[in-house]
Design a binder for this molecule. Sequence first.
Ligand code: GLA
Length: 385
Amino acid sequence: MRDIEFVRSRFIKHFDGSTGYIYFAPGRINLIGEHTDYNGGFVFPGAVEKGILAEIKPNGTQKVRAYAIDLKDYVEFDLTDTEAPTASWAKYIYGVCKEMEKLGVEVKGFNTAFSGDVPLGAGMSSSAALESCYATAINELFGEKKIEKMELAKVGQRTEHHYVGVKCGIMDQFASIHGKEGALMRLDCRSMEFKYFPFHPDGYKLVLLDTVVKHNLADSAYNDRRHSCERVVEVIQKDHPEVTFLRDVSMELLESYKGKVSDEDYMRAEYVVEEIQRVLDVSEALEKDDYETAGKKMYETHKGMSQLYEVSCEELDYLNEIAMECGVTGSRVMGGGFGGCTINLVKEELQDLFVETAKERFAKKFGHEPKVYNVVISDGARRIE
Ligand code: GLA
């Protein structure tokens, strides 16, 4: 987490010298269950200790005055503005204000400064952290906390849909809001029920390796994947009206539609149906402390994301290959794909060797080292001061 005094000093310098309230919301990791959320399936995320730290103070006007400390960029908008600001980071704050208003919260103007330490483009949901931070703060400062946590997560999701143009699922915002120290969460994205899974894998560590690449068109490719899934559901639904998500489709049922949907859409759906099952398999394995099985499933996910869902890239595939060769228990691309991180479940005694090997071999091939982050599973969005 960023240093509170750092954010506070910038807030004081930038505004009228007085202080406000400090809020924090985290990024997330996801053990398994990728691109399953918008298909009504399961995900298995946890919040991390990195996130967005913001100081906020109501200013008695209708204006939001926002300072992005890391970017040294300042934006002001009026709450009655019908157009979102042009700076992409400010769209998130604007969108959250608008979506909170739609829920009946009388949002008032505020001064704010924020800073973050979720690496951008790493697939750790810096944008969900930003949305969750402001949704939580606005709910407390102007809404008398009347909006439920799950609804706050949806505020973030709707912000992405309506103001940013990414048709994301609910996983990232859910995780940022509901995170709990030391626990992963299995969320059923159809019923929205979830369960905390204490996660203290004895003798293992979770390590993220960041390729530090983010390929262009990631957002539009994400939306394309979603459309493929929806098209398959539409076709199956004609004969099976009970099917509303790929979650409702078994492999057997899907197979009977081979040739009735495009080959590409079929591949996408095949990945999703398998991935939903993998999350359940991993949950079962974790209940028995069986990390070997969990790890195997992670490798299967990587293969599916690379070959069927086609959201991996050369850099991620290479990191996955190195992990396999080093004997890492589980490894796969994490998040939406097209760059960002691999998440690795690695035996403690192997960690140093793996990280060193990955750095060296990756740098030789791509000219720069991957960044390394140790995962600390932490609490969700909250007021700090
Ligand atoms: C992004 C989206 C999530 C989810 C993942 C892939 O992070 O925001 O909703 O779909 O990709 O699992």
